[in-house]
Design a protein. Structure first.
Length: 374
């Protein structure tokens, strides 16, 4: 499912419609001539845009499932999400041309062959490789050496997604494969908060394993996580949401989970006319974007003859259109990071399905956690 969802997201990226829009959006937000100054997280947030260049050979490898050295688009997508900015892709004929765009300041990140590590003015992200893979093959994300803050953030993003790291999400490897067993690091983290998750999930009538899958996506079970937009805690709840929900606080694990679950329950109630088999995806998309943007995507689905209450062949196709001015200009709330929402929802749904198959009983989480900590 993950491979399919990634290819679907890339199909939108590579379509003439999207590419034209990305370049148009960029032309309104950046000068035509690059300015060579350090790229920092703050400067990207002010611009509200992360630009990356990539060679057409690298793009081709993305669409070839037989290529074990493919670059994971989700790495750059997650970096943009961490920063709270939009993502613009600029494809070029050669890797040298893509690297020149980075050096000139016309883009912030470049996806280049790993051999570019020999260039002293460029810094690669930690590679996400299979054991025994030739380190000179494949692709990596690069930033300029004069932008160490961005390099640090990029490497932190890699660590969140790379298997074998204690703070990573090892259930999903670099090539999109999913381990059929719940990784030990997942189990340890879930076990730590199992009683709180089940308490609040039961009160809201939700599956505790869905909450666990969402928490792993939002914060990797880090209680002190804070996003660039101010979302905080395990469930990345925005400050002030507890007041809307009539709750005392979002501080601390118990209160944060309570607020996040209560918000999910509220969102679920908004889509009562949606079949239960589809409602989960719409609720997750609303959790990320806000329900108004999901309603806008439903309106686009109706216009295009798609099912506004379905995820596949429905909102997974219209949410990305919220990044195209020809579509979002007709909606009530306008632009939204719809492509990222599709990746986000599919990733959580796949993790949820894994948890449902392998964590059938709550007691097993506690016992597995105890074994993992032994």
């Amino acid at each position: 499912m993950k491979v399919i969802s990634r290819i679907a997201a890339l199909a939108i990226l590579l379509s003439p419609l999207f590419l034209g829009h990305s370049l148009n959006r960029e032309s309104h937000t950046s000068p035509g001539i690059g300015v060579r100054r350090p790229v920092t997280p703050d400067s990207l947030q002010r611009a509200a845009l992360l630009r990356f260049s990539i060679s057409r050979d690298a793009l081709q490898s993305l669409n070839d499932p037989a290529d074990s050295s493919e670059f994971d688009y989700e790495l750059v997508s997650r970096l943009a999400s961490d920063l709270g900015v939009s993502l613009a892709i600029r494809p070029f004929d050669t890797a040298d041309h893509a690297a020149a765009q980075l050096r000139s300041g016309l883009v912030d990140v470049a996806v280049l062959p790993a051999v570019y590590t020999i260039e002293e003015d460029l810094i690669p992200a930690d590679p996400c490789r299979e054991p025994g893979e030739d380190p000179t093959k494949g692709f990596s994300a690069f930033v300029r050496a004069d932008s160490p803050e961005l390099a640090t953030l990029l490497n932190a993003t890699v660590r969140r997604t790379e298997p074998g790291r204690d703070d990573a999400d090892p259930g999903f490897d670099c090539n999109g494969g999913t381990d059929e067993n719940v990784p030990a690091s997942h189990v340890r983290r879930i076990a730590r908060y199992a009683s709180l998750i089940t308490k609040h999930a039961d009160a809201a009538g939700l599956d505790w394993r869905l909450i666990a899958a969402l928490i792993f996506e939002e914060s990797s079970f880090r209680e002190n996580a804070v996003s660039p937009k101010g979302a905080q805690g395990l469930m990345q709840v925005m400050p002030g949401l507890h007041l809307e929900l009539g709750l005392p606080s979002v501080d601390g694990a118990d209160a944060n989970i309570q607020a996040g679950v209560a918000y999910l329950r509220r969102l679920s109630n908004l889509f009562q006319d949606t079949p239960s088999s589809e409602r989960c995806a719409l609720v997750l998309a609303s959790y990320l974007l806000g329900p108004g943007h999901v309603v806008d995507a439903q309106a686009l689905a109706r216009e295009l003859g798609l099912n506004p209450r379905a995820w596949q062949r429905g909102l997974d196709e219209t949410l990305p259109l919220l990044e195209d001015e020809r579509f979002f200009s007709r909606t009530r709330l306008g632009y939204a990071q719809g492509r990222h929402a599709v990746v986000y929802v599919n990733r959580i749904l796949e993790r949820y399905e894994l948890y449902r198959r392998r964590l059938d009983e709550r007691a097993s989480v506690e016992s597995m956690g105890a074994r993992g900590n032994a």
